[in-house]
Design a protein around this ligand. Structure first.
Ligand code: GLU
Length: 465
């Protein structure tokens, strides 16, 4: 194979959504797997709908997912002179022509065709027009082949053929001289020497038009791979109606980039029954050949399951960096005491998202202001007083330095006081965290540190016992 070059070509008319992110990921993986080049091209020719804010959001989303590009970002608006040269070339070679038909006339013809049950298609009025009033407003159309078919072998969908009779003489340059979308894509893909175009299958209908343009311009036609859409649970195309679709919204909801990447790669691609793929495994195993032909359904529960997996197995120090913004939005900015990585190691087993983890981490940084009354109602005050005092005494004398050693201390307290574990554990959890929904006691004590634990036990004694 000649050099493998792929691109992600988003239009900056909104944030990076999960569908776009999956397209970016598939391109990135394909490039990384085969040692090719991944190019980012911002398709901003629609100047009314494109915004810098969207460009930033797309770049931010890709950075967060770790989809680094080797070339770019390139901006189509920088290439206008190039597109114009190519329009001129087609005109010069008689492969394009000027068209003066007015929008109203075209609309009337379109309606007439529809009424007669014909496919609406430009009728070619200006193809052979003799008088050329160049000073009058006009567009430029591509002179598309009228007979035969345009076909391609899609890497995912197999052979797709379109009868040329059904394809219009595409407008390649508008009245104001700006080039149109399909034309710019072809020029860029050709000049960037893109070898494989991997994109959503909503572009299948553009492909024959683009192929005709490559051929007319004498450029090699790339290989195409059209990835089936992502659907919501109701089998309609995934949209905001189904909940969050922006990649950055997933970050803000507390998903890890590795979980989202792992989730996205499985939306369409499979490798046997495997579900969990590290970044390296994805790169090693990914191939377009294993992308399925049917659409995939977005399943938030599976994403949660993967996220929980990556939280559980993540390195606490790295998770700490990712968790900090979630704590900051809850007013916790100083995460040195207790040490955040230590705190996280007590919470990894149970959190599905970093948002959940941040909620559960709060008590470490904010001593409880109130205590779970309902849970406390089970215990008499003298019992609480006895437990708290035994715990404070034991901790004051301890040299325990692991959660297990600390748990052993609590076993001793139970034996010495003649209590069952819940009779001690529940009040102590409430004293330390405000509620019974907290990690194991030994883990809490180790993360909080003995002095802070004792201070909280003393405060609870004053308030409750
Ligand atoms: N700019 C197009 C889009 O955002 C993609 C074009 C392409 O991949 O060929 O849908």
């Amino acid at each position: 194979m000649s050099e493998l070059r792929v691109r992600f070509a988003p239009s900056p008319t909104g944030y990076l959504h999960v569908g776009g992110a999956r397209t970016a990921l598939f391109n990135w993986l394909y490039a990384r797997h085969f040692g090719g080049t991944f190019i980012l091209r911002i398709e901003d020719t629609d100047t009314e709908r494109s915004t810098q804010q969207s460009v930033d959001a797309i770049l931010q989303g890709m950075e967060w997912l770790g989809l680094d590009c080797d070339e770019g970002p390139f901006y189509q608006t920088d290439n206008f002179p190039l597109y114009k040269q190519h329009v001129q070339k087609l005109l010069d070679e008689g492969k394009a022509y000027r068209c003066w038909c007015k929008p109203e006339e075209l609309e009337a013809k379109r309606e007439a065709a529809m009424a007669e049950g014909r496919k609406p298609k430009y009728d070619g009025t200006c193809r052979h027009r003799q008088n050329q009033p160049l000073d009058q407003p006009h567009v430029i159309r591509f002179k598309a082949p009228e007979e035969g078919e345009t076909a391609f072998d899609d890497l995912i969908k197999g052979r797709i053929a379109f009868p040329n009779a059904e394809l219009d003489d595409l407008i390649i340059s508008r009245t104001d001289g700006t080039p149109t979308y399909n034309f710019c894509v072809v020029i860029d893909d050709a000049l960037m020497r893109i070898s494989h175009v991997i994109r959503g299958d909503d572009h299948v209908n553009n492909t024959p038009r683009q192929i005709q343009l490559y051929e007319a311009l004498g450029y090699p036609v790339p290989i195409f791979a059209h990835v089936p859409m992502i659907l919501g649970s109701d089998k309609a195309r995934l949209s905001k109606r189904h909940g969050a679709t922006s990649v950055i919204a997933y970050r803000d909801m507390g998903y890890l980039p590795e979980a989202l990447n792992n989730y996205l790669v499985r939306l369409g691609w499979s490798n046997g029954d495997d579900e969990i793929f590290s970044r390296e495994e994805m790169v090693q195993k990914f191939d377009i050949a294993n992308v399925g032909r049917s659409p995939s359904v977005f399943n938030p529960e599976k994403l949660n399951w993967l996220n929980a997996h990556y939280i559980k197995t993540g390195d606490p120090a790295r998770l700490a960096e990712l968790l900090k913004p979630h704590l900051a939005s809850r007013g916790v900015t100083d995460t040195a005491t207790p040490d955040l990585a230590g705190v996280i190691s007590t919470l990894q087993e149970r959190a599905q998202t970093l948002e959940e983890m941040a909620d559960r981490a709060l008590f470490y940084y904010q001593a409880p202001q109130s205590y779970d009354e309902a849970a406390l109602a089970k215990f008499e005050k003298p019992h609480l007083a006895a437990v708290f005092s035994a715990v404070a005494a034991k901790l004051a004398a301890t040299t325990a330095s692991t959660a297990a050693e600390c748990d052993a201390l609590f076993k001793e307290i139970c034996t010495e006081g003649g209590w069952k574990m819940p009779q001690v554990g529940q009040p102590v959890r409430i004293a330390l965290s405000g509620s019974t929904q907290a990690p194991g006691i030994g883990e809490i004590v180790m993360a909080l540190g003995v002095p802070e634990t004792v201070a909280r036990i003393e405060r609870a004694t004053a308030a409750l016992a």
